[in-house]
Design a binder for this molecule. Sequence first.
Ligand code: ADP
Ligand code: MG
Length: 457
Amino acid sequence: MAQGIPDEVLMNTALIKDLADVAKDAALLQGVLMRAQETLVSYAPFTLFPTPVPKAVFLQALAVQTHYNTLVDRISQDSEFLQEALASTIEVDDFTARLFRIHQQILKEGRSQSIVLGLNRSDFMLDQKDGQAASLKQIEINTIAASFGGLSSQTPDLHRLVLKVAGRLEESRRILNNNPAAGLAGGIAKAWELYGSERAVIMFLVEENQRNIFDHRYVENELWKRDNYVHLCHSLFSDGQEVAVVYFRNGYMPQNYMSEQSWDTRLLMERSRAVKCPDISTHLAGTKKVQQVLARPGVLERFFPGQPQVVEQIRATFAGLYTLDMGPEGDTTVEMALAEPDKFVLKPQREGGGNNIYGSEICQVLEGMKDSTERMAYILMDKIHPRPVQNYLLRQDAPLKVSNCLSELGVFGAYVRQGKEMVMNECVGHLLRTKSSEHSDGGVAAGVAVLDNPLLI
Ligand code: ADP
Ligand code: MG
């Protein structure tokens, strides 16, 4: 492994076992934790060693983030663009259609709040063809519930410790500090301040044991009794206590809206004066369909007129993205995918991991819907091929063995706009997640990927 962890360390079984024990203890001590059961916590899964990432590509990813913030924000204000981009999708995808209806309703009524808070995470993989340099390609941008800003600030110390114990002092010094949580919180604080009422609270709409937090009855009957959070939650619904900012850690999956009432609640929130993170149009700006439309010739220029360098910087990170709309262009996409399915990923408009389709399954799925409008719910994307790196994935109850691993680099962005003025636009940190190359899909929460840190080379 070039300038990474040498084989003499990686293959030293006794040392690896010791390091894994040290690392797990340190994780427990430093709060790198995840709930395992109702009353049980364990360490959040992580790699034993940091993963080498070329410095130039890492810096490129950080540098493009403020432009991505601007892009998402401008898309969210361009209702004509959203309407056109999502027209085919909402014909066939019910979930996106329902979000879109809320968006339309808000447009009709006029936005209730001119302060916008965006906290997002742009995810990349390093495409690496044999013998060529790594090239940074965006997988997707998450404009709602972008997670792991908190845990990723605790993991640099874990890897520093492991490397020190392994006698790799020089490498341990190359692990970067990272504190996305501080930057994300800074965005929330800024939005709260601009809202301008000391009494108004910040509400976090979180997942609670997979239950449907949007449901009025649940909120009122059960959570209401329990804690402060619920107090805030309830007050938004009943319009008692003033809410300055609502952060959506929930609400990105169809399962989060199990009743009509859930949808009413989302609409109620959108109509409220609270600063929504994200607001409904920013939520829609993060769909995979919008990502595909952005990759069409000339579209980025619409959002950055007279800024060809910015357009170039963003476009350089786009992988090939293809429409499946009805018509000759979509037909060509279908043919292309059926001919070489291993070169592509088929994606529906879903978030949260485990929804994409790969390899021979692409043929099965596409054969079944190639002449139907059903295909418009999907987009096709070039498959990115990162170079596998050997590492150990530490997770509870899993055997300690060396795996071929692939990594995904996330970059956190935070911005606040008031009316026309961007008052904050920052890149606030990164997240490296690594999974065994046997898995095509899935993040940390889905139980596939684990937390990692870049070792810049
Ligand atoms: P989700 O919204 O479900 O997180 P993503 O687009 O991020 O959807 O895809 C989920 C996972 O699938 C990614 O974390 C990555 O591991 C894999 N993946 C997605 N797109 C590609 C791609 N173009 N090439 C290779 N792997 C991909
Ligand atoms: Mg993802």
